[in-house]
Design a protein around this ligand. Sequence first.
Ligand code: DGJ
Length: 716
Amino acid sequence: MHFLFTLLSIFLLQTQHSTLALDLEKGRDARIVYYGSTVTDPAVFRHAGIWGQTAYPAYGLSGTAETALAITQADGNKTLSLTVTDWTVGTWDNGELLTVTLKDSVYPVTVRLYYKSFREEDMIETWTRIDNEGKKPILLTRFDSGHLPIRGGDTWVSSLYGTWANEGRVNTEPLTRGTKVIKNLDGTRNSHTSHGEVMISLDGRPREDAGRVIGAALCWGGNYELRLQKNDSDYDHFFAGICPENAEYHLAKGEGFVTPHLALTFSDEGLGGASRNFHRWGRKYRLAHGDRERKILLNSWEGVYFDINEPGMKQMMEDIASMGGELFVMDDGWFGDKYPRLTDNSSLGDWVVDRNKLPDGIGWLVKTAAEAGVKFGIWIEPEMTNTVSELYEQHPDWVLKAAGRPVLTGRGGTQLVLDLSNPAVQDFVFDVVDRLMTENPGIDYIKWDANMNISEHGSQYLKEQSHLQVAYWAGFAAVCDRIRAKYPDLTIQACASGGGRANWGVLPWFDEFWVSDNTDALQRIYMQWGTSYFFPAIAMASHISATPNHTVFRTTSLKYRVDVASSGRLGMEIQPKNMTEAEKDFCRRAIASYKRIRPVVQFGDLYRLVSPYDDKGFASLMYASEDKDTAVFYWWKIANFYDEHFPRVRMAGLDPDRSYKVTELNRIDLRPLAFEGKTFSGRYLMENGLDIPYNNEPAHDAKTDWSSRVLLLEAQ
Ligand code: DGJ
């Protein structure tokens, strides 16, 4: 519902629990007046003396203010003065779309601001279209997706940072005077280093269950720049968009430029409320097959690395099937004819099966998987090549390369990035998938990897070199659109040297992302915690792996690894033939348990209860189904001090007036917990919680210094 209060010219874009108010008067700048909890009377802002801030400030006539748009006209003029000429409101089945048209008073430039509400999920997507309606080209030097003025106060910012094998770490800090810039210049993997999402807490240090929070996520796979500014005025400012550094965009006569969407949410239920909004919206509108349960899989990478062969693949398929898994994924190392892929220094681009390793081809693998009772998936890295490859020999002009210089190589000393701005390369990348799928329609899953950044600025195809960052991702989108049009049911994982592609820009084409190459359970608690700020568990691939862990060399108990992995999209990343029968048996039970809780984990609401970042010695979270029928509670010790006693954890997300029966899953203790099989009211569990012993108590020779619990709560 909206009001267009003509006298006041204030437009209210409503969601279930939030309002975005814009002041739209023809001949004036468009203003954002308010973003917060529901307001239904637009007059209130005038009575309160709130006049708003320019919605989309443009450079040149705005003094010292930070701006969202900067254009250099054909004659060199750098000023813009955007005023409202029109606005329209459309409806769709879950909200409204407000389109505000602004024009410059002198130059033929039209800017359209879009605000689309997602009523049920309390989300708003905003984006911008810039049209050059003149006869000469213009140059965009900044083109943000959106700007949000935020009434200043005790504002805090939570963002994610990290690097390879340490992705998704939470950084929480007050917004202090000056401008905080969060950006990424990788080119292909934009969630290593930092993330293009932030939580802005308005009531001091962020809390999980209380306080006003604005969450923002730039839906974009490439370089981004988020700016948070606190100056000497009443308002803080948040800007987000494609990073304009060395990416100026020439807009030809008659051409339009559409920015990526910026997803915003408001919640007065703290970080947890904002995360749940992102998760619901994401599952419904931004994640491929967000309503479809994910299969439990075994991925071959940490089990065999490049040592792919038929007996080995068959054994892994049979092993995962025997443990109750549903899918086997053959990772890197299966391809290359003239240059077989024996390690990471060759063959990308030569997507033909290595007949020495797999004499009977992919068809045989698909068939053998089916015989074993699982589906088959395969790894590719289609955006890349190596200097040692037939592809590069045939098409040296297809790689990104600065003119007049030797190529800069990445992984293995030979890797190169293909130039996706080139339509011939787009056809090639599409064909990689299309050929695999046409020849082997039984392929169920593709792991799409990307292990190199754009390390040199150079397209051998583009005329305007500064278009590279935008054109690469336009090419990527074109390829993915074609793949999805032809293969709508295929499951595709976004992997990029681990968690380099956790962003809402790529997820409309991808079902999930690989959170990190680091599968150590302890470190995963921290990484998955941070990642869950913006992304739902269904999208977070989380695998049980061997110990000592291959990245950090830590040894944790199998139960601990299982209990962490089963809080996301459960899989395995291990050589089953090296597991004991007892370990396989435990995993068989754990997979069966996961199947019970899978709908709650993958579609439920997340409640983060005790943060690992608070150093309390343990961490805890839970998921509850939307109807509050079922919930699952996780508890993991994160620091191993003997005889350290922990407080009870108050649960959340339950119905206070219903009774829940408690069942421990993945139990290793000799004796059941006191509350096993007992029922408690939701109110009791949320006000008190249950006593979780600080140690697991299995047989003496099975004891370790790790402990964890998973409790299933079922409404009676
Ligand atoms: C990087 C990925 O993150 C790994 O899971 C694995 O697929 C390797 N690439 C294969 O080269």
